[in-house]
Design a protein around this ligand. Structure first.
Ligand SMILES: NC(=O)c1ccc[n+]([C@@H]2O[C@H](COP(=O)([O-])OP(=O)(O)OC[C@H]3O[C@@H](n4cnc5c(N)ncnc54)[C@H](OP(=O)(O)O)[C@@H]3O)[C@@H](O)[C@H]2O)c1
Length: 206
């Protein structure tokens, strides 16, 4: 069992928390306003308390400058830890907030002592924790500078139901940019299908 802290209390944070608990791990959520988030299924504490508690910390915030600053403010609690970043920072018009970079890269710059891993952001949240909803899981991407951190995230993905063959390590954290930019294609596919519950699969030459 691993202590997992999820920063944020929105739809993604709650769905991930349910998946983490189903997988048998301890989960807390970190909120800017924990006093007013008491109706959730899992304990809600401050962002600092959550960051201190988690062996793996998951960023499920909007990924805008304010939420990057929120994590930077608790950097002492994140030092040496794995930060799994599932964010895509989008404007209301569905444009990317951070051009020429990514939330993953910005977080790694702000948190040099933390091992940032980007994953799960290329699919609907329901699929993140239940790839079994699909006819086959498809591909889940990982980006990060630390091989050990990606291995730990890979184990968590396995717990969610992602087999090793579905996990594709893209390389360093700079490759998070491609994952986040995929959001633009995700929106197009979802519109074409009239559905959000799908995934893409990388297939190789025969
Ligand atoms: N929905 C999906 O299927 C999906 C798929 C892939 C990626 N994502 C990404 O996952 C992230 C979370 O999505 P979501 O739909 O759960 O977002 P959301 O409903 O807006 O929730 C984000 C949470 O982050 C916290 N937060 C921290 N700093 C914040 C700030 N400056 N402004 C607003 N909230 C802040 C809030 O919790 P407190 O108020 O308690 O602090 C809030 O509940 C986003 O980056 C999104 O793009 C979503």
């Amino acid at each position: 069992m691993t202590n997992i802290a999820i920063i944020g209390t929105g739809n993604v944070a709650r769905t991930l928390a349910a998946g983490v608990a189903r997988a048998g791990h301890d989960v807390v959520l970190g909120s800017r306003d924990p006093q007013n988030r008491k109706d959730l299924d899992h304990p809600v504490v401050t962002v600092a308390e959550a960051a201190a508690h988690g062996d793996i910390v998951v960023n499920a915030t909007p990924g805008n400058a304010e939420s990057i600053a929120l994590l930077a403010a608790v950097r002492q609690h994140l030092a040496g830890k794995v930060l799994l970043d599932v964010t895509v920072a989008l404007t209301p018009a569905m444009d990317l907030v951070h051009h020429g970079t990514s939330v993953g890269e910005l977080l790694q710059q702000e948190l040099p002592d933390t091992k940032v891993v980007k994953s799960l952001c290329t699919m609907d949240v329901s699929v993140m924790v239940r790839p079994g909803l699909l006819t086959s899981p498809g591909t889940v991407f990982l980006s990060g500078d630390d091989a050990g951190a990606k291995k730990r995230v890979g184990e968590l993905l396995e717990d969610f139901g992602w087999p090793a063959a579905s996990r594709l390590d893209l390389g360093g954290i700079a490759t998070a940019r491609g994952q986040e930019h995929f959001a633009l294609l995700f929106v197009g596919v979802a519109t074409a299908l009239g559905a959000h519950v799908f995934n893409v699969e990388v297939v190789r030459a025969r």
